[in-house]
Design a protein around this ligand. Structure first.
Ligand code: NZQ
Ligand code: ZN
Length: 389
């Protein structure tokens, strides 16, 4: 291991076919009023809404609802939830949905007791420390990929300023418990499923490509990448294969519950570019990541050559015989590209809704982190965007 670390994750996970029954055990631990946060129609059409409402009713809870949380949740939607928490003195925010719903719930939780200042400006733009009380959040996950069910991330899009901002809050913001039933993901469309798996893979790669060594975390990441690849192949053929969907689900949680970032510097530049792509196009997060990843890795691999060689051989099984390091590394990125094609992952920004005119604005507004193998300039970001247009 390289960097020092302290590790703490307070989220209780209830995983499996019968995991919703744990909601009955958890609910008595919280006060009377629950804000139920969910998306547009998925949980009503697949019956999850009715099951959750039955459990809330048995527990005698007063339920306030915030519905219609959209993918890439907006500041306005979050503030609608803030108003509800303030008006009804909510004791628990229960998110039922994908990463967008869970992120919106966390955003509401962080913002509801932030007084005297706009919470978005304070926490998502100025990155000030969290100093107000938070409302406990819990989640029932129905779409897999972000890892939001076991971390402090909350990504909110400010539509007026066209800024999609990710904030990682401390453990007090993590869901108190998350219920993960892989069967709930059977109704997720193939498009969203592959987008979610690429998101998981991107989280793993952002953490992996950040130093040259191969510590325990790197070994873990390689295994999770292989599991994501193998299980997506199975789920594409048989979407209701329980084992494949449960492996995909747990991979996603492990990929961003901070375990796979321990002792690593971590890159996250691909996410920074995608967030601005998302702010302009409202594309599915995983698809935007896939588009940007390929030209980005082809630009930076030379600066992290040994790690890209390792990625090629350990994750994709690229043979080394008679090849230079450079050839091996590039074959690894080619294998990643072939996998995106095989899985139907969209890698063209134009297909994701971008126009040529948007690209300079996306490039200019992208945050440059500088933790990866090569610190980009905004001009290089523009080149990347043009390459995957
Ligand atoms: O709106 P509904 O009807 O609920 O439909 C949703 C939505 O259209 C649908 N869906 C969810 N569960 C379903 C289902 N459809 C059928 N059956 C089900 N069981 O799926 C669509 C996409 O949902 P969404 O929540 O947007 O997807 P995802 O989980 O990929 O979340 C994406 C958001 O998370 C952020 C992204 O930037 C994006 O805003 N991220 C959050 C992170 C975090 N908190 O740590 C990290 C990630 O890197 C990411 O940035
Ligand atoms: Zn992501």
């Amino acid at each position: 291991m390289q960097l020092d670390f302290s590790y703490y994750n307070p989220t209780t996970i209830h995983f499996g076919k019968e995991s919703l029954s744990k909601l009955d055990d958890e609910l008595p631990n919280y006060g009377n009023t629950v804000l139920l946060v969910y998306g547009r129609n998925a949980i009503k059409s697949n019956g999850i809404y009715d099951k959750v409402m039955a459990s809330l009713s048995t527990a005698g809870k007063k339920v306030v609802e915030l519905s219609g949380v959209m993918p890439n949740p907006t500041y306005d939607k979050m503030m609608e939830g803030v108003e509800l928490v303030r008006a009804h003195k909510v004791d628990l925010i229960l998110a039922v949905g994908g990463g967008s719903v869970v992120d919106c719930a966390k955003g509401i939780s962080m913002s509801a007791h932030c007084e005297g200042q706009d919470p978005f400006q304070k926490y998502w733009v100025d990155f000030q420390d969290l100093e107000n009380d938070v409302v406990p959040v819990a989640s029932i996950l129905t779409m897999v990929g972000t890892g939001s069910e076991m971390n402090g991330g909350s990504v909110i899009t400010h539509e007026e300023t066209k800024y999609k901002a990710g904030r990682v809050f401390p453990p007090m913001a993590y869901p108190k418990f998350s219920i993960l039933n892989p069967e709930y993901t059977f109704t997720v469309s193939q498009y969203q499923m592959v987008s979610g798996v690429f998101d998981t893979m991107s989280h793993l790669m952002e953490q992996y490509f950040s130093d040259q060594g191969a510590n325990t975390t790197d070994y873990l990441i390689e295994s999770l990448l292989k599991s994501s690849i193998d299980n997506l192949r199975v789920a594409l053929k048989t979407p209701d294969d329980y084992e494949a969907r449960s492996n995909i689900m747990w991979n996603a949680t492990l990929a961003l519950n901070t375990i796979t970032g321990l002792s690593k510097t971590q890159d996250w530049q691909v996410h920074m570019i995608e967030h601005q792509v998302g702010a302009y196009t409202d594309c599915a997060h995983g698809m935007g990541l896939a588009a940007v990843s390929l030209p980005y890795y082809r630009l930076i691999y030379k600066f992290g050559l040994d790690k890209f060689v390792r990625f090629a051989t350990q994750v994709w099984g690229v043979s080394t015989e008679g090849k230079t390091k450079e050839q091996i590394a590039l074959e690894g990125i080619d294998a990643l590209e072939a996998f995106t094609k095989e899985s139907g992952i969209v890698t063209s920004l134009e297909e994701l809704g971008a126009t040529k005119e948007m690209l300079p604005k996306i490039a200019e507004s992208t945050i440059i982190i500088g933790n990866g193998y090569k610190k980009l300039t905004n001009e290089e970001v523009l080149n990347i965007l043009e390459e995957c247009f």
